[in-house]
Ligand binder design. Structure first.
Ligand code: ZN
Length: 328
């Protein structure tokens, strides 16, 4: 049996007796990010044993979204599943085959919780979608619902600005004459962007560092809280977190272009007038002028560098946090 013949796609669905929203929870979109897988399997066992009741709607769990990457204990199989996520009539890479299975499945649901972990130590955070808008890049009309869910996942740090920041990088590369599939904003479409394009709400939860023993518990709590918030279980609706920290992506650099002019590691003085929408929900976020510094590019082969600029923690050294990350 070949490696591919040993692989399969698995989803596990539960449907309550009463009508309600349809939630889908993904683990291991990146194969070395297993906290979501662990948490999903724990919740499945609770439902199957009767310890946790699903009273309305439905929930679908995908414990291992990228089985090739998972089997190899690495981030990707042939490519990053969380980019250029779209069905195709001509699947070439393994992730194309995943997309042809996963995209129709996502489209059957109303809400997505996508569970990840990250490379460098830090606290968990939620990636938010755009504010409501009727633009062409990522039109959206459900940001209130999405933010309400985000504020109840149990984490305090929120990051937004993914696709528009990615698009700015694309525009920069195009202006520099780069011709590659990464110079297409659609390459920035991952699970959450696809889900929103299908009319759903979608959140990526980065649960902690890959090997953080607390990360599976962060994922587990988020699943329970999402089920309660969407009224799929009879548990009390969780309270929104109040002590929030808002970050906004500042620059997205594809690793393949890290050496391109204009793609260097720089974060000049930046305006922070554009506050993330979650900021008013909590206490500490506050825009202020300033700059940020980042370290050297990661020498590994991970494909993306993401820099985020902090808007919170006024008066501390972390006020102008800059991140170099590769986990998204
Ligand atoms: Zn990930």
């Amino acid at each position: 049996m070949t490696e591919l013949e040993s692989l399969h796609f698995q989803s596990v669905s539960f449907t309550g007796l009463a009508p309600g929203p349809r939630l889908i929870v993904l683990g291991a979109v990146h194969g070395n990010e297993t906290c979501g897988t662990q948490a999903i399997r724990r919740v499945i066992a609770e439902i199957e044993s009767g310890q946790l009741g699903l009273v309305a709607g439905s929930v679908t769990f995908v414990p291992v979204t990228n089985p090739l990457a998972y089997a190899r204990h690495q981030r990707i199989g042939d490519r990053n599943l969380n980019r250029n996520l779209v069905p195709t009539d001509t699947p070439a890479e393994f992730e194309d085959r995943i997309a042809n299975w996963l995209c129709p499945l996502l489209a059957q649901h109303d809400a997505l919780l996508d569970l990840h972990s990250f490379h460098t130590a830090g606290e968990p955070f939620v990636m938010l979608g755009p504010q409501d808008n009727s633009g062409t890049l990522e039109p959206f009309a459900r940001s209130a619902e999405e933010t309400a869910l985000a504020l109840r996942l149990g984490v305090h740090r929120f990051v937004d600005g993914w696709l528009d920041t990615y698009a700015a990088g694309v525009a920069r590369r195009l202006a520099a004459g780069v011709s590659a599939r990464e110079a297409d904003v659609h390459y920035g479409v991952g699970t959450t962007e696809y889900m929103r394009a299908q009319g759903g709400i979608a959140l990526t939860l980065e649960c902690g560092q890959h090997d953080d023993p607390a990360a599976p518990a962060v994922a587990y709590r988020a699943i329970h809280n999402a089920l309660a918030q969407l009224r799929l279980t009879s548990a009390p609706v969780p309270a929104a977190v109040t002590d929030t920290e808002a970050l906004r992506l500042y620059q997205v650099i594809d690793r393949a272009h890290a050496g391109d002019p204009g793609e260097g590691v720089r974060l000049p003085q930046a305006s922070c007038s554009d506050r993330p929408r979650c900021a008013p929900q909590g206490g500490r976020a506050a825009g202020a002028p300033g700059g940020a510094k980042v370290g050297a590019p990661d020498p590994s082969t991970r494909p993306i560098i993401v820099l985020a600029q902090g808007l919170g923690r006024v008066g501390t050294n972390e006020q102008w946090r800059a991140r170099q990350d590769s986990n998204l």
